[in-house]
Write a protein that binds this ligand. Structure first.
Ligand code: C5P
Length: 217
């Protein structure tokens, strides 16, 4: 079984995907990692983030192992990592170079300990529309920019990252704008996606809704 979870930054996709992965024993692919890895590698190697050509080269040379190793860098999940990921993810050539790696993951999905998984859960922006258009269940998780900024602000605080709520909200809105207006794979629900607005729902309420959808499927 393949489940895709798309939606804007900090809507709760990752939390939900991890929960599905542990409840059902499914492998998990956080697809934002491929763009974070390319964006961070551009920064670390001193390349110009505004060059699509340079970013394409970095994307073509990205392996799963390299992505995992870059993910240990403190900036990978920090403000710079998010911003650079959002910039390189708007380049069509970068998206094309990273598509196969994401699709191949579903061919022989494995859990973190290397054992075979009976399904896969993807989270991202285009996993139900482009990466896995034939997924069994497609979810689109969203929430208001203010609620998402509050969640990200608290997450940054707990990790000792110093950014004000206003700065986080500004960055979330800028990212939404880039993600929704880019010509290549703009953020939008697949026509057959189930849309869940989590603004007024607890994590448990969202999980309950989704468990019901999976059970009915
Ligand atoms: O989900 P995360 O915040 O890690 O994603 C980082 C950035 O990568 C997003 O802002 C978005 O621009 C991009 N992204 C994307 N397509 C995906 C996943 C992430 O364009 N499937």
């Amino acid at each position: 079984m393949i489940i895709t979870i798309d939606g804007p930054a900090s809507a709760g996709k990752g939390t939900l995907a991890k929960e599905i992965s542990s409840t059902y024993g499914f492998a998990y692919f956080d697809t934002g990692m491929v763009y974070r890895a390319v964006g961070l590698e551009m920064f670390l190697s001193g390349k110009d983030i505004s060059s699509e050509q340079e970013a394409e080269k970095v994307a073509q040379n990205l392996s799963f192992q390299k992505m995992m190793s870059l993910s240990k860098h403190p900036e990978f999940r920090g403000p710079l990592g998010g911003k650079n990921a959002s910039i390189v993810s708007a380049y069509p050539k970068v998206r094309a170079a990273l598509l196969k790696m994401q699709q191949d993951f579903a061919l022989s999905p494995v859990l973190a300990d290397g054992s075979k998984a009976s399904g896969v859960v993807y989270d991202g922006r285009d996993t139900g529309t482009i990466v896995c258009p034939n997924a069994d269940i497609k979810l689109f998780i969203t929430a208001s920019p203010e609620v998402r900024a509050e969640r990200r602000y608290k997450e940054f605080q707990s990790r000792g990252i110093n950014q004000s709520y206003e700065e986080v909200l500004k960055e979330i809105k800028a990212r939404d704008e880039r993600d929704m207006t880019r010509s290549s794979a703009p953020l939008k629900p697949a026509p057959d996606a189930i849309i869940i607005d989590t603004s007024n729902l607890s994590i448990e309420e969202v999980q309950k809704k989704v468990n019901k959808i999976i059970a009915e499927h």
